[in-house]
Design a protein around this ligand. Structure first.
Ligand SMILES: Nc1nc2c(ncn2[C@@H]2O[C@H](COP(=O)(O)OP(=O)(O)OP(=O)(O)O)[C@@H](O)[C@H]2O)c(=O)[nH]1
Ligand SMILES: [Mg+2]
Length: 393
């Protein structure tokens, strides 16, 4: 699974990326700091099933802290987008192409309104963040529309099936089901796609975008009072959107201080504890985050935005495979070492293939370790399931 971090230039995308991944990425107060995309692992936060049972866990792929498991998935931080990007303005097309494989988008906006449409700094409150939300959607829609027109308008007199369209669009992670749903909703005839008007292609693009690239909005820079005020207005005026007020910079301060063992901080929590010796600058930054962000917002919003995107918007579930259904251990006796993110509706067989293709090939059944019941390959898994896969030798 891949989540794209997108938005206008200079809004805090790379700051969000670094805060979420602790991977290096350049940050700067001007547009187009990021040119080549940054990729790294971010983490969904869920309760650790071992800790919940009072067991000592042995985390493998998913670190455990404070009773929470952090389950990895990939994020990509791309170049900033400016109006006209779909026509190649700014770093337009390159940026958009980097997003083809994204399953969902985290759209970072500068809620303080301190960046103009091209990402240049302007006084706080100058720009309405609502305009940023609308323009990014439009850029993505026009981009998809262009691809659709390029692929499908020029075909001569041939009928075209949803399968063929899906094949052409599979590189954009658009499925046949999404194509069929979009055309049914719009009441368009796929067989006549080459005769569609520009407007029809655009409406089709909008419907496909909504289905294949769900978006959540991060109202960033909420350490600035005007940003918090704007975030509240956005929530009211754009109630159809999932909007998470955030301060990526504050999360980065906390995550880096935690790495340096200056503080003990669990991502997404409302407090931290000083455990080392911060210098004067660090102490000031930590005090600011505590008083002006955590006390006011409750948390920095970064982890909340990640969880909201993966678990709610995309509806992914986390499942724990084990080999011993009683001790909840793997073959080496480690308690609940690994956690996997799977799409909604994933089955026990999907989990087997996710672990290893060999395990998938040799799958003969599975055990739901919570109920101790045997389940078949078709059984749909639930969030938090602990599953033993049975394979033939
Ligand atoms: N006040 C405040 N400033 C922030 C926050 N997040 C990022 N910034 C600042 O915003 C500026 C841009 O940050 P970047 O992370 O480089 O932004 P970007 O969107 O990746 O920019 P491009 O790659 O140039 O498109 C920097 O000066 C950051 O320090 C935040 O939460 N609060
Ligand atoms: Mg950047």
């Amino acid at each position: 699974m891949l989540i794209g971090i997108v938005g206008k230039a200079n809004v805090g995308k790379s700051t969000f990326f670094r805060a979420a991944t602790l991977a290096p990425a350049e940050i700067g107060p001007y547009p187009f700091v990021t040119i080549k995309p940054n990729r790294a692992m971010a983490y969904v936060k869920i309760k650790c099933p071992a800790c919940e049972r009072g067991l000592k866990c042995h985390p493998g792929n998913s670190p455990c802290a404070g009773g929470f498991r952090f389950v990895p998935f990939e994020v990509i931080d791309v170049a900033g987008l400016i109006p006209g990007a779909h026509e190649g303005l700014g770093l337009g097309n390159q940026f958009l192409d980097d997003l083809r494989q994204a399953d969902a988008l985290i759209h970072v906006v500068d809620a303080s309104g301190a960046t103009d449409e091209k990402g240049n700094q302007v006084p706080v409150g100058t720009r309405n963040p609502k305009d940023d939300i609308i323009f990014l959607n439009e850029e993505i829609d026009f981009w998809i529309q262009n691809i659709l027109i390029k692929h499908f308008r020029t075909r001569h007199n041939q009928k075209i099936s949803a399968n063929e369209i899906a094949e052409k669009l599979s590189g954009m992670k658009i499925t046949k089901e999404q194509i069929l749903k979009a055309t049914a909703e719009l009441n368009y005839d796929l067989a006549k796609i080459r005769e569609w008007s520009d407007k029809q292609f655009l409406e089709f693009a909008i419907a496909l975008r909504a289905k294949s690239k769900p978006i959540i909005i991060v109202a960033n820079k909420c350490d600035i009072p005007k940003a918090r005020e704007n975030a509240e207005v956005l929530k009211k005026e754009m109630a159809d959107y999932s909007i998470v007020p955030a301060s990526a910079e504050s999360e980065l301060v906390l995550r880096e201080a935690n790495e340096k063992k200056i503080i003990n901080y669990i991502p997404g929590e409302s407090k931290f504890e000083i455990t080392g010796n911060p210098d004067e600058k660090q102490e000031r930054a930590l005090k600011f985050v505590k008083e002006k962000v955590l006390k006011v917002l409750g948390n920095t919003g970064v982890q909340q935005a990640i969880n909201e995107t993966v678990l709610n918007k995309l509806g992914y579930i986390v499942v724990f495979p084990v080999e011993d259904e009683n001790k909840l251990t793997d073959g080496k006796g480690r308690v609940l070492p690994d956690a996997y993110l799977l799409p909604r509706g994933a089955t026990a067989l999907d989990l087997a293939y996710k672990i290893h293709s060999d395990i998938g090939d040799k799958f003969i059944g599975a055990i739901d370790c919570k109920t101790k019941r045997k389940i078949g390959k078709e059984t749909k898994l639930k969030h938090g399931d602990i599953i033993k896969i049975i394979t033939r030798r």
